[in-house]
Each structure stands twice: as structure tokens, then as C-alpha cells.
Design a protein around this ligand. Structure first.
Ligand code: NFS
Ligand code: SF4
Length: 673
């Protein structure tokens, strides 16, 4: 195996330690493969079409020297059928949006189906936990929450409401005409923009199917029209699929409130049965969490010589159970193989999305059992224990028993890194409203007030994955630290949020990295500078928070007016592209790092980075350097502040703060002497 330059691969000391262990034990990981297999230079630009059997047709832009004019004949690039570079690159981009939307929406469909089963009392272990949220969501779907008239009216039972709400939500997926329901949640002006452009989704499935149809050979061959349908599809992800996941999961499992947790591989325990829950859908993890506390199973673990059962999460499943129950997190995306390499994971239970097939190979070298649980996501070498909501608790118990039975089989030397960091998570849209909204207005008004007054310069969403083509977590950290240093509060989800947690930014003490304005807010309210809002489907919470800011007043009339920006500096998944597209379509300036999948067409890239802003108020950008990325986001935020006429207020605040600090320093100096 090739020598690895660890600092270039990951900034996480736990990961570095385990990579050394892997090297010593001759176990190959994604980090090794990234060294030997380079990305295809044509594919990386989106310039390869393989949607029909006459291709693949490759249309990379001819390399020109800087400043050199491209000869006209070279500008014309096309596939055998005449599809231009614009069409080919746009089709590839569109298909990423379709796949990403499918992932979130198929997840949502599963939750909706479970929800209906729970309403009818046909499941095992589940219940409706958050009746307040149920009632609020029901109103948004025009489901009555009271029965009877006038003085005789009394609240309907949770089950009654849920029985009526469930099918309505599920119907959203197959709806053929009209508008998806949650469009009504967006600011009025945003709704008008969408309606005028004709991009309001009709349903969820229809937008994906239509996009797949339009990217078939010889259908839509106008790149702007392809991007338009990508927008419609992505909006069905953000404002339907993902938002439905978030809402129904909150109703079933509880709307997150601040809870303490712990992040990194150090949460595994050598003398415990370690079970890692990896994937995205919290349905089974919720039951594993219940079952792992059953005395019978704990005793069973003890009978095998373990002290107890340690559950830990990975990827977005981790975020789900972390923010609802404080279940510790073993790591983000690039930690998955490394967890197995500790030699201490007795079972890794996976469901769907972001699970590397390499897991089954790595597991061959250790004793770890990889258990797939979803019929949509199998691996040939893994054991399959299908999840079934009607016997969910029994399935969870069976899985835990298998893990316990596997505990005595540990063989390779076990090495669990020490690293783990405390975190405070669970900043749902509702929690932020409660903490920062102020009790009088019951809205995001106090947050707005602080933005207007200048203590908070702006709001940034930092989300997305790890990507083995860039050092793990480094871009997340450089970007986030630069933002909070400049008083930009950060809302985070997914693997980015976990990265923030690993390096201490998810605790109120993270205030020490902040500029004076944001530090003051963190200290007064007792919040971290980076608010962990959940899994990637919970980017819908960011949409809701942005909308609430608009509605609270003082910051314009649309999301595109807000001093805000979004970024995914280490993205890798198609879901990230779908998310980015719905943020752009919701009016947000959105930057991605690592690489950009449309560079094969300058015209298309130019449209996504500039032209699209005229239509949607948001736009894409690419920036590989995280420091530069922060600068671009802050510049955008300042531009929006200026447009709102609140740029001067911030100068006054900073002036005040400097004076206050000088006075404090002078006072401290006087005391010393
Ligand atoms: Ni989001 Fe979550 Fe992580 Fe990326 Fe994958 S786990 S859904 S896609 S890698 S952030
Ligand atoms: Fe080539 Fe056109 Fe077929 Fe694509 S659709 S592979 S560009 S012939």
C-alpha cells in the first residue's frame, strides 16, 4: 500500500490514528484508493454522456491557455446525436438533482407509511410523542384538530388527527396536479416568484419522473429548460420530501430540544458491546435505542463478559438519535471504515444512503458484523435482517442479540482512539424560536433584532458531507471558524454539523472563537455559535428558520433579502446537489467546495453562477479554498445588509464594543496595579 500523508487526508487525530492501524494491519481504506484511483477528468466536468448506447460521448472543453481566445470551431462541441456540451452537462446535473430528491423523498415516504400504521395502532414500539407538533402540522394540512361546534368543541385525539393526516401527507408523493402543500409555508413573495416561473412542484414523484424523462436521449435539449425542471424537482425535495420527513419524525419521535451529546470514535467502549447505527432513517435506530436499555439484553451482554451495551451513531442516523436522545456519535461519513478498524464494533447496522460497500470488505478483516436492514439496500457479504415496523422492537432485539453474540469473537488488537468532544445539539426551528425569539413576539424577532442591530452580521448554513478528495473536516473547520469570527452565526446539519462537534464548536464555549457580537449572544443565551439542526433532511428546518426571519419583519420581504448564505465545502453526494438547488431556488447564495460538476460547459456554469439569480434571487458558486469561501459569503452578507440599509448599525455596534472592551481592559489593568 502507498504511504499516506495523514495531515492531507484528515485533520481528525482519531482518524489519523486508525489510518496508521489500518496501514500496520494491511487493511485498505477509501483513503488508499483515493491515492491510486484519480477521478476521470472528463466525468468530473460533467462532460461525458452515457445515456444511450451510441455513446459514451465525451465533450470536454478544449484546453486553452489563460487569456487565449477559443477558435469558433472548437467552441462547438457535441455528442453523436448533436447534443451540445450544455445539454450533456445539464442532463448530468439534472440527474443528480433527481437522485438526491429521490433519496430524501423515498425516506419521507417510509416515514409517512409508518405514521399511518402508528395512527392505527398496528406497529410495535412506536407512538405519537409530540402531540403539540402534530396539532400544528395538522392545521397546515387543513386537518381539523377540534371536534364539535362552538362551546361544545373539544380537542380531537392524537390518533384521530393522525389517521386523517397520514393519508393526506402520503398522497403528496403521487399528486399529479396543483401545488405541494408546504409551498404555502414560504414567504408570499417567494411563492409568487415560483408561480410566475412555473416551478411550483405538483407532487413529489411526478417531478422526479418528469426530470428523468426529460434527460432521456433526445428529449429536453435546452439547458435552461432542464435547469428549470431541476428547480421544480429540487423544490419538491426541500419543501415536500425533506420537510415531510422532518415533520413526521418530530411528531413520532419528538421535536428536538437542546440535549447534550458526545462526538467521535472515542465514544466506543472497549468493555462494552458496541453497536454502530449507520445510515439515514431513524425508524429502526429509535427501536434499537429502546431495546438497548432493556435489562434482559443488558444482562445477556454481561453473560458474554461485556459490561453493557454501547450504541453509537454514524452519518445522519447518528444526527437523528443524537438530537432526540443524546445517543453518542461515532463519526461522520469518512469514519465508517475506521470504526470497524478499531476492532471494537460488534455490529454495524445500516439502512440506506452513504454506506460504502467497502464496509463489507473491511469487516472481513475484523470480527464486525455488517447487518443490512432495508430491502432496498443490501450488500452481498452482509447479513440481512429486514426491518418491519409491525415488529420493530423484536427486530431491534434480534439485532442487539446478534451483536452481543459477536462480542466474544473480537480478534484483532482493539484500539479505540481517546478523542471525543462534548456537544449541545437539538436546535430545531422551534427551539431556536423559543431561545432567540423572545417570549413577547413569539417569533424570530429577537434574532432579527440582533441582525438588524449588527451583533449578528448574518446567518450561514454550513452543511454537507466529507469527501475523500479533500482533507476530512478541514474545509468545514476553516470555513466555520472564519464565519463565526466575523459574527456570522452558523446553522448546520449532516456531516458538517458532526465535524463542528468534533472540534468543540457545538458547545457554548465555542464562543471563544467568535467575534465580539456573536460571542455576546452565545454567552447571554447560552448557545453554541454553531447550531446543530439535525440530519440532511432537516435542512428543511433551515428553510423554515429563514422563512420565520422574513415573517418576523425588518429584514426584507423574501428569503433572498436576508443577510444569509449557504455552503457545502466537502460535499460528495447527489443529495447535496438537490439540496443546493432548492436553496438556490429559495433565494440563497450557495457555495460548494471540492469540485463543481458543470465545468464542462462554461455557458451552463455561467448561468448557474450568475444568470439564474435574476430569476430566483439565489445563485450557485464554487470555491475550493474555504477561507476564500468564507470571504465570499461574508461579502454577500454585507451586500444584503447594505441593501436593507442596516450596514451602518453594525459599524456602530463594533465601535461600541471596542470602546467597551477598552474600558474593560482599562478597568482590569487598574485592578492589577
Ligand atoms: Ni447528507 Fe447524511 Fe453525510 Fe453527506 Fe451522507 S450522511 S444525508 S449525504 S455524507 S452529509
Ligand atoms: Fe452520445 Fe447523444 Fe447518446 Fe448522449 S444521447 S451518448 S450525446 S449519442
Amino acid at each position: 500500500m502507498a504511504e499516506l500523508d495523514l495531515d492531507k487526508l484528515t485533520m481528525d487525530p482519531a482518524a489519523q490514528e486508525l489510518l496508521k492501524k489500518a496501514q500496520a494491519e494491511g487493511v485498505e481504506t477509501i483513503f488508499d484508493r483515493a491515492k491510486t484511483m484519480k477521478p476521470c477528468p472528463i466525468g468530473i466536468e460533467g462532460a461525458c454522456c452515457r445515456i444511450c448506447a451510441q455513446g459514451p460521448c465525451r465533450v470536454p472543453p478544449p484546453k486553452k491557455k489563460p487569456g487565449e481566445e477559443m477558435p469558433e470551431e472548437k467552441k462547438k462541441r457535441m455528442g453523436l446525436c448533436g447534443a451540445t456540451a450544455e445539454t450533456i452537462v445539464a442532463r448530468n446535473f439534472a440527474r443528480m438533482v433527481a437522485a438526491g430528491t429521490s433519496a430524501h423523498s423515498d425516506h419521507a415516504r417510509g416515514v409517512a407509511k409508518l405514521f399511518i400504521e402508528v395512527a392505527h395502532g398496528r406497529t410495535q414500539g412506536y407512538q405519537i410523542k409530540d402531540v403539540t407538533k402534530l396539532r400544528r402540522v395538522a392545521k397546515d394540512w387543513d386537518v381539523p384538530v377540534m371536534e364539535g361546534e362552538g362551546d361544545d368543541a373539544k380537542p380531537r385525539s392524537a390518533e384521530e388527527i393522525a389517521k386523517e393526516l397520514g393519508p393526506k401527507v402520503l398522497a403528496e408523493f403521487g399528486q399529479q396536479d396543483g401545488e405541494i402543500n408546504y409551498v404555502r409555508r414560504a414567504p408570499k413573495k417567494r411563492q409568487e416568484i415560483w408561480r410566475k416561473l412555473g416551478v411550483v412542484p405538483r407532487g413529489v414523484d411526478i417531478e422526479v419522473v418528469e426530470l428523468m424523462h426529460r434527460t432521456h436521449m433526445g428529449v429536453d435539449q435546452d439547458y435552461k429548460n432542464l435547469i428549470k425542471q431541476s428547480t421544480r424537482c429540487a423544490l419538491a425535495d426541500g419543501w415536500a420530501g425533506s420537510m415531510i420527513s422532518t415533520d413526521l419524525q418530530d411528531i413520532l419521535f419528538g421535536c428536538p430540544v437542546p440535549v447534550a451529546g458526545e462526538i467521535n470514535l472515542g465514544v466506543l467502549k472497549e468493555d462494552h458491546v458496541n453497536i454502530v447505527m449507520h445510515g439515514h432513517e431513524p425508524l429502526l435506530p429509535e427501536m434499537l435505542y429502546v431495546a438497548a436499555q432493556e435489562p434482559e439484553l443488558i444482562q445477556y451482554a454481561q453473560s458474554k463478559g461485556a459490561k453493557g451495551i454501547q450504541l453509537a451513531g454514524m452519518c445522519c442516523s447518528a444526527n437523528e438519535v443524537l438530537m432526540r436522545h443524546g445517543v453518542p456519535v461515532a463519526g461522520n461519513y469518512l469514519h465508517q471504515e475506521l470504526a470497524v478498524i478499531t476492532g471494537a464494533v460488534d455490529a454495524m447496522v445500516v439502512d440506506v444512503q452513504c454506506e460504502m460497500q467497502a464496509l463489507e470488505n473491511v469487516a472481513q478483516c475484523y470480527h464486525t458484523k455488517i447487518i443490512t436492514t432495508d430491502d432496498r439496500a443490501k450488500m452481498p457479504l452482509a447479513e440481512h435482517i429486514p426491518f418491519d415496523e409491525h415488529h420493530a422492537l423484536d427486530v431491534a432485539r434480534k439485532i442487539i442479540r446478534e451483536a452481543i453474540d459477536n462480542y466474544p469473537n473480537r480478534k484483532a488488537p482493539v484500539m479505540i482512539p481517546q478523542e471525543s468532544s462534548p456537544t449541545v445539539v437539538g436546535f430545531s426551528y422551534e427551539t431556536i424560536q423559543y431561545l432567540l425569539g423572545g417570549s413577547i413576539r413569539g417569533s424570530y424577532y429577537t434574532l432579527n433584532d440582533n441582525v438588524i442591530g449588527g451583533r449578528i452580521r448574518g446567518v450561514a448554513g454550513v452543511v454537507g458531507c466529507n469527501n475523500c478528495r479533500t482533507a476530512q473536516d478541514t474545509s468545514h473547520m476553516v470555513l466555520i471558524k472564519e464565519l463565526i469570527k466575523n459574527d456570522v452565526i452558523v446553522l448546520s446539519t449532516g456531516c458538517a454539523a458532526m465535524a463542528a462537534g468534533k472540534y468543540g464548536l457545538l458547545t457554548p464555549e465555542g464562543a471563544k472563537y467568535c467575534g465580539p457580537g456573536l460571542a455576546e449572544i452565545c454567552e447571554t443565551v447560552g448557545i453554541p455559535p454553531v447550531l446543530h439542526m439535525g440530519a440532511c433532511v432537516d435542512n428543511s428546518r433551515i428553510l423554515m428558520a429563514a422563512t420565520a426571519c422574513v415573517k418576523a419583519g425588518g429584514l426584507g420581504t423574501d428569503i433572498s433579502d436576508l443577510p444569509a448564505a449557504g455552503a457545502a465545502p466537502e460535499w460528495m453526494s447527489e443529495k447535496a446537489i438537490a439540496i443546493g438547488q432548492y436553496f438556490v431556488a429559495s433565494g440563497v447564495y450557495t457555495l460548494f467546495g471540492v469540485n463543481w460538476p458543470t465545468t464542462g460547459s462554461e455557458i451552463l456554469t455561467d448561468y448557474l453562477f450568475k444568470g439564474i439569480e435574476e430569476e430566483l434571487g439565489g445563485k450557485w458558486d464554487f470555491e475550493a479554498d474555504p477561507e476564500m469561501m468564507a470571504k465570499k459569503m461574508i461579502a454577500h452578507i454585507d451586500l444584503k445588509r447594505k441593501a436593507l440599509g442596516i450596514d451602518k448599525a453594525r459599524e456602530r455596534v463594533l465601535f461600541d464594543m471596542d470602546m467597551r472592551r477598552e474600558m474593560a481592559e482599562a478597568a482590569a489593568g487598574a485592578e492589577e496595579h
